[in-house]
Write a protein of this length. Structure first.
Length: 376
């Protein structure tokens, strides 16, 4: 495949305007709820972001690397659609090419042999895997800080070499994974015996209708009925692809309280949630900026809109940190009331305050649509 056809293929998938700008490709996840790094090589012909000047170095493996001083970033969270776009770019550069070099200083598992051909690049929810013709599977989970970069051979890296977790060199390209907390290999036939993941749920970006119904059934039969539905949606054993942004948007679209116990949901509620999740994820596969509510400025109904008026009911969007990892959850208390438990009707005294400064409380209290309700 030529570089021109590769560019056309990616442009066709992502719908991005071509620009003749020299650079490199960065395929990444977010950094602490804020950004995604995306940059591109002129051979692919498209660009999503701009880096500042960089200081260079040569790492011990012989690759050239650089440190980053500044980054303009896009406000995108690492979710199923982001990983699918990353896989599309890696697939164009790596598939069908023989491995010339493979470095992974912290790898757990067998290594692919030199000269082995990369057959596939696949995603399953937020997991990205590269498969060789000898059955070796490289499994990476980028979580919050990891990223995949794609460079031309001999091109300088845009991250320090000590952050490298995997570097794969093929004719014409070097794919580098930085800061991924999970980097491991296993034999392809061991997929469902993987100790860390077990049997993952169906991928909502690609699953057929019967598999979507299986996801709905997994929600309805969830083994911990007291668990909030907002936490169940992040369980990749139920369904793959939903992350922090989508769980807030899905539950708003369904008008379901994020604090509803999963055991209180009816079968029709579970089906509605899964269909909303699949619809949102698939609608964003071809877009860089995530849109879940096209009629709302900014494209998102509640995520990132703390203190703003809800587009549906006019109440004020709120945010809390919930769950084991205290991830941010946005919701509208005015219209997301279906299956809401009594204990969640108001803020719990133990809930962490997002902004404890008195000015923040005064600002929220002075919002025009809250004055009357607060005055009683």
């Amino acid at each position: 495949m030529t570089s021109t056809s590769g560019a056309d293929g990616i442009r066709h998938r992502l719908g991005i305007e071509l620009k003749g700008v020299a650079g490199y490709l960065v395929i990444t996840c977010c950094v602490v709820n804020v950004c995604v790094e995306v940059n591109v090589n002129v051979c692919l012909g498209w660009v999503l972001g701009v880096h500042d000047q960089h200081a260079t170095e040569t790492n011990q493996s012989g690759y050239r690397a650089t440190g980053v001083r500044h980054l303009r970033s896009l406000r995108v969270m690492p979710e199923g659609d982001t990983i699918h776009r990353a896989a599309a770019a890696l697939r164009t550069a790596l598939t069908g090419r023989a491995t010339m070099r493979f470095d992974a200083p912290r790898l757990y598992g067998p290594r692919p042999g030199m000269g082995r051909v990369i057959e596939r690049v696949e995603t399953h929810g937020k997991h990205l895997e590269i498969i060789w013709d000898d059955g070796i599977v490289l499994h990476t989970h980028l979580r919050m800080n990891g990223s995949w970069h794609l460079y031309r051979n001999g091109e300088r890296w845009r991250r320090p070499s000590e952050q490298m977790r995997v570097a794969i060199e093929v004719p014409g390209w070097v794919a580098v994974c930085f800061n991924a907390p999970t980097v491991e290999t296993y034999r392809e036939f061991d997929r469902f015996r993987h100790p860390g993941s077990g049997r993952l749920g169906p991928d909502l970006c690609t699953a057929p209708d019967e598999r979507l119904m299986e996801c709905a059934r997994r929600i309805f039969e969830y083994p911990e009925p007291e668990c909030p539905i907002s936490e169940v949606l992040l369980d990749q054993h139920v369904a793959c692809g939903v992350g922090n942004v989508y769980r807030s948007e899905i539950l708003w679209a369904c008008e379901i309280s994020p604090f509803a116990e999963v055991g209180s949901l009816l079968p029709i509620d579970c089906v509605q949630i899964i269909h909303a999740a699949s619809r949102m994820l698939r609608a964003n596969l071809q877009h860089v900026y995530r849109v879940t509510a096209s009629e709302i400025p900014g494209g998102l109904a509640v995520y990132g809109r703390n203190g703003q008026r809800c587009a549906r009911c006019g109440d004020t969007v709120e945010v809390r940190r919930v769950g084991e990892h205290a991830r941010t959850l946005y919701h509208c208390p005015g219209c997301q009331v279906r299956h809401q438990p009594l204990a969640a009707a108001g803020p719990h005294p133990s809930d962490p305050v997002m902004d404890p400064h008195p000015a923040a409380a005064k600002y929220l209290a002075d919002l025009p649509w809250r004055r009357d309700s607060l005055a009683g």
